[in-house]
Write a protein that binds this ligand. Structure first.
Ligand code: KG4
Ligand code: ZN
Length: 368
């Protein structure tokens, strides 16, 4: 147990959001004093996806004012901080490097250590410490590993870059049970959205369109349902959608899109969405049988998807397990989640001098 408070500035820039937050931990309570996210969605919507150099340029343009803003709103000075946390990977190196360099500069100037954080660890902690009320995202309670009703935890992390099942016997203890062999779930949403002529990012656009669609109309397969492991694969499903489009609808060679009637587009979106959701659910059920966890977690950008949230809630009810999902406002990339993970990792001894920090495109969840 800590006797005095610990304050951490957290920085995230792994993909297309620049984010900073300041959190303070006192005993087992973490309060978020300030937080902000600058999204680059409008810029990447023009190219239909994230161009790493464009992302890096935009991060560079906004990161310093963003950090100044959250520091100002927190009421703390650099000297009041105990550490600076930053996402060091995995992600786009040009994008990650902007956050890492900003953290290194401040750590050097203020004489503070750096807490390196794995991006997915951040997503996990946004659900692991999630408050009971999803609207309440500034006060978090740290649950202690020794309580047997809290661990082990089975976490499903679904984002634009990753789809992963992680088993945790305690805080900061990660065992990857399965992951995608090709496209991540969010990436499949983004690519199928493009085929349907929907804007980037595709996940929210598909789920909106699917609201008016019939999810039984196109019988897409549930990928990997017969595999004997806990891995995922979404690239075949994406190709299945493409073949359906090629077979049924005339293509518009000039725009590389298809002429699809509106109701069919909604039916395609709904049928694709339910295939992804059920494919994820199948593996969650198998993982529950294999590992017998005490609770389930759902986190990552795709965790904002209502149908997925409902599906996992059904599984939780059937198996009698509590489900904690990241609050919708913390599903997408943000720095609150990095601050939460850092407030657990720092007191456990994770900290480095600024010289020893590097941005990494690939990074093992158990790297620290
Ligand atoms: O976690 P995140 O913000 O960034 C990464 O770490 O990748 O996840 C972004 C992904 C994008 O692929 C986006 O299309 C997807 O999350 N996403 C959704 C929804 N909202 C965002 N996918 C399905 N349904 C949604 N409502
Ligand atoms: Zn993410």
């Amino acid at each position: 147990m800590l006797n005095s408070s610990t304050s951490i500035l957290a920085i995230e820039s792994s993909c297309d959001e620049t984010a900073a937050a300041v959190g303070r931990r006192l005993d087992n309570h973490i309060s978020i004093l300030s937080s902000d996210v600058a999204s680059q969605i409008n810029i990447h919507a023009l190219t239909g996806g994230v161009v790493p150099e464009a992302a890096a340029r935009e991060h560079t343009a906004v990161i310093q004012p963003l950090i100044e803003k959250v520091m100002g709103e927190s009421g703390l000075s650099g000297q009041d901080l105990d550490a600076i946390a930053v996402t060091v990977g995995p992600g786009l190196v040009p994008a990650l490097s902007v956050g890492v360099t900003a953290a290194q500069t401040l750590a050097y100037a203020w004489g503070k250590p750096i807490v390196p954080v794995h991006h997915l660890e951040g997503h996990i902690y946004s659900a692991l410490l999630a408050p009971a009320s999803p609207a309440q995202t500034s006060n978090f309670k740290l649950q202690i590993s020794k309580d047997p009703s809290l661990f082990p935890v089975l976490a499903l992390i679904v984002s634009g870059g990753h789809t992963m099942l992680v088993f945790m016997k305690g805080h900061l203890n990660y065992q990857v049970l399965g992951q995608t062999r090709d496209d991540a779930a969010g990436e499949a949403f983004d690519k199928v959205a493009r085929m349907l002529g929907l804007p980037y990012p595709g996940g929210p656009a598909i789920s909106k369109l699917a609201e008016t669609g019939d999810n039984q109309r196109f019988p897409f397969s549930r990928p990997m349902s017969k595999s004997n492991d806990l891995d995922f694969s979404f690239s075949g499903l994406k190709t299945e959608v493409l073949y359906t489009l090629r077979e049924k609808y005339p293509s518009r060679p000039d725009t590389k899109s298809f002429a699809i009637p509106l109701q069919d587009r909604a039916d395609l979106a709904a049928s694709f969405q339910i295939a992804v959701v059920e494919a994820l659910g199948l593996k969650v059920r198998q993982a529950i049988t294999q590992t017998n966890p005490a609770r389930l977690l759902l986190a990552g950008g795709v965790a904002a998807n209502t149908i997925l949230r409902h599906h996992l809630a059904d599984i939780a009810r059937e198996t009698g397990l509590p489900l904690q999902s990241a609050p919708p406002s913390l599903c997408g990339d943000n720095a609150v989640m990095i601050a939460l993970a850092a407030h657990v990792a720092f007191p456990a001894g994770r900290s480095s001098p600024w010289q020893n920090i590097d941005a990494k495109a690939r990074l093992n969840l158990s790297a620290f």
